[in-house]
Design a protein around this ligand. Structure first.
Ligand SMILES: [Cu+2]
Length: 130
């Protein structure tokens, strides 16, 4: 019984040390090397494409959509994307004309987005989250 209590204190002690290390692992809230990255998808007035149109990122990364005044970036379903539609995906991201918004992608998968007025010109894009 005495040994068991001793073991219990040892385990609790180790857990406390573990938490202490974690708390001091990221001073000043700095993102550690290998942590989330912010990528940029932008547009230019007079240029009917996203820059870049297709990007591959890691789960937990962010994409900052920087839209100029004549473009938006609206998430759509795969079906809408493949059929040249413009209907926004319910619950999807929606960056308005001239707006800049940072979206976090936590779940791996393929995300589709379009610039609604310029779908006929092929202004569409994807975010692949690995
Ligand atoms: Cu556009």
């Amino acid at each position: 019984m005495k040994n068991l209590i001793g073991l219990l204190f040892l385990v609790v002690g180790l857990m406390t040390v573990g938490c202490g290390d974690e708390a001091t692992g990221s001073p000043d809230g700095a993102v550690p090397p290998g942590g989330p990255t912010t990528h940029v998808v932008s547009s230019e007035d007079g240029n009917l494409s996203f820059l870049p149109a297709d990007i591959v990122i890691a789960a937990g990364d962010m994409v900052r959509f920087e839209m100029t005044s004549t473009h938006n970036a609206v998430e759509v379903s795969q079906d809408t994307y493949e059929n040249g539609g413009i209907d926004a995906l319910e619950g999807g991201f929606n960056v308005g004309f001239g707006e800049t918004e940072t979206i976090t992608f936590d779940t791996p998968g393929l995300y589709y987005f379009v610039c609604q007025p310029h779908v006929p010109a092929g202004m569409i894009g994807t975010v692949t989250v690995q």
